[in-house]
Each structure stands twice: as C-alpha cells, then as structure tokens.
Design a protein around this ligand. Structure first.
Ligand code: G3H
Ligand code: 13P
Ligand code: ZN
Length: 309
C-alpha cells in the first residue's frame, strides 16, 4: 500500500469509535519499532516528525526510511509534520512527499492563526495533502513557547466551529488539559471531557487530535531511574482516560515522551548491566523492541485500532 493521507483512516476512526496513534520519529530504530508494532497489530499508523526531528535526521533520510516501511508492510501509513512552525516548513515537507502537515498557529491570535492556517491549507490541498491545525494552548513547555500551567487556554467550542469553517483545515488539535513532556499533572490527572463533548457537537465531522497524550508509563520511568536516570515525579495521562477519549471522538493521539522513555530506559539498562560492551547494536536492539512493545500496547489496549488497517 502506498503512503496515505489521514483522510480515510480518520473517517474510519470516527465511524467506528477508535483512535489512531501518531508516533514521533527521529531515527531508524524508532521508525522500525513503531512500524513492527503497527504491522503486528494490523493497524493504521501515523509517523510524525517535528521540525527538530527533521533537523536531526534530515528530511531525505526520513522520507527514504518511511518509504522502506511502506514497502515492507501492508498497513496504511501516513507521514505527518508535527508542530509546523511556519508556512515555509510546511511547504518543505509537502514538497518532500509528506502526506499530512500540521501548522501550529496556536501561539498567535485567533485571526492570525486563521490567516496562516488558510495559507497552508491552500498550498496543501492543491497537492493532495491534508492539514492539521491547533486552537487553544496546551499547558507546559511547547517547543520554544512557554505557556504557564495557570495560563492553559482550553479550546473554545464556538471558536473551534468558526475556525474550521473559515480555514478549511482537515483536523483540529484541541486543548483540554494535556501538555507535552513527562510532567503533565501535579495532582490528579484530569482532562476536560465536557469540552471535548461540546466541540464534537459543534464540529461532528472534524477529526479531533490530542497532543501531549503520553501516559508517562511508570515502568519506563522506573527503568530509567533505576539505571542512573533522574526523572522524579513524572506523570502522564492514564490509559483509561485515553481509552475513553478514543471512544469519544478523538481520532489522533500523539505520543512522543513514552517512546523517549522506552528507548532511554533500555539503553541505560543495557549499559548499566554490561559496562564492558560497546557495540551500539547491543543496546539499540532492546530499545527498538521496547518501543514495539509500548506501541503494541497502545494500539491494542488503549486506542483500539487493532485490525483496523
Ligand atoms: O510536541 C513535541 C514533540 O514531542 C516533538 O518534540 O520538537 O523536541 O522533536 P521535539
Ligand atoms: P507527549 O509529550 O505527551 O508524548 O506528546 C507528544 C506530542 O504531542 C507531539 O506532538
Ligand atoms: Zn504536540
């Protein structure tokens, strides 16, 4: 199956009430770990690269690895730009063969966000590429922009409707209490499911995206910390809440932090257990396998996209 956009997979997700995992990729092991999991679960999957990932891995290498994944598998795979900061980055990715891009105008005013999103939508749609936009601001640290937790701006459902109508974007990332990174909640983990419900009522046909949706799996944090890491008090969105979101109209769930923890934990463990070993394959192999295990768990037990390929 060739690379696909997210159009068909999102339609199926909304018709059948499940979510699709969008996993951040930065290198070969991460791509292979995710793809192995999605193929085993016979699930559609979204690989996404941030501008930082593109800078690190280089766009041509990324695209060739994604093409290899497509050749080796039978599942629908989309390649998506995560948090596109400006029109130029979106254009670069569209021109390079990405099937989906995000323009993140959430740091701008409502009108400026509409303006920049419209410009990307126009360029993307002419080339058969779909566009994710964002309205509202996530708590915590988001790329270069610092949004204090107390300033978290939840997405306004009426604005969401106007935004989608005026921009023509294909999917919308919303703020309902998630945040990026390993420290999402100080107290109890809570998402504003009431706002999600209201948004779905206003824009029932627009696929909804949840950023900052890692669980910060305690077992992964523990492996890091037991082997020299220092990640105290990390906390994410519990599986039960993400499972409910998957069944309540969220079509795309973004995961990066859990993959970072999986990879780093296994590398730390392998190095701690065998300090005399210096063959990178010896620590990258368990790291890749752990990514597969984590992604399979999410697809099967949380997002419920198994056999939805
Ligand atoms: O939302 C951000 C993603 O976790 C990507 O992070 O910009 O450090 O690649 P990054
Ligand atoms: P996490 O930091 O919760 O994994 O979120 C990733 C994300 O939203 C990427 O866009
Ligand atoms: Zn994000």
């Amino acid at each position: 199956m060739p690379l696909v956009t997210t159009k068909e997979m999102f339609k199926k997700s909304m018709d059948e009430g499940f979510a699709i995992g969008a996993f951040n990729v930065n290198n070969m092991e991460i791509i292979q770990g995710i793809i192995d999991a999605a193929q085993k679960q016979n699930s559609p999957v979204i690989l996404q690269a941030s501008s930082g990932a593109i800078k690190y891995a280089r766009i041509k290498y990324l695209m060739k690895m994604v093409e290899a994944a497509v050749e080796e598998t039978t599942i629908p795979i989309a390649i998506h730009l995560d948090h596109g900061p400006d029109f130029e980055t979106c254009k670069e990715c569209i021109d390079a063969g990405f099937t989906s891009v995000m323009i993140d105008g959430s740091k701008y005013s409502f009108e400026e966000n509409i303006e920049i999103t419209k410009k990307v939508v126009e360029y993307a749609h002419e080339r058969g590429v779909v566009v994710e936009a964002e309205l509202g601001q996530l708590a915590g640290v988001e790329d270069d922009v610092n949004v204090a937790e107390s300033d978290a701006k939840y997405t306004d459902p009426d604005q969401a409707k106007e935004f989608v109508e005026r921009t023509g974007c294909d999917s919308l990332a919303i703020a309902i209490g998630t945040s990026h990174g390993a420290y999402k909640f100080k107290g109890e983990a809570k998402l504003r499911m009431d706002i999600l419900k209201e948004i779905k009522e206003k824009i029932p046909n627009t696929p909804i995206v949840l950023h900052g949706a890692s669980t910060v799996i305690p077992e992964l944090v523990e492996t890091c910390n037991k082997n020299g890491g220092d990640i105290p008090g990390a906390k994410g969105v519990p599986d039960e809440i993400l499972n409910l979101a998957s069944k309540s109209g969220v079509s795309k769930i973004n995961v990066d932090t859990d993959l970072r923890l999986a990879m780093t934990g296994e590398i730390r463990k392998a190095m701690a257990e065998k300090p005399s070993e210096f063959d990178p394959r010896k620590y990258l192999t368990p790291a890749r396998e752990k990514i597969t295990e984590v992604v399979e768990h999410k697809i099967r037990d949380v997002f419920e996209s198994t056999n939805k390929a």
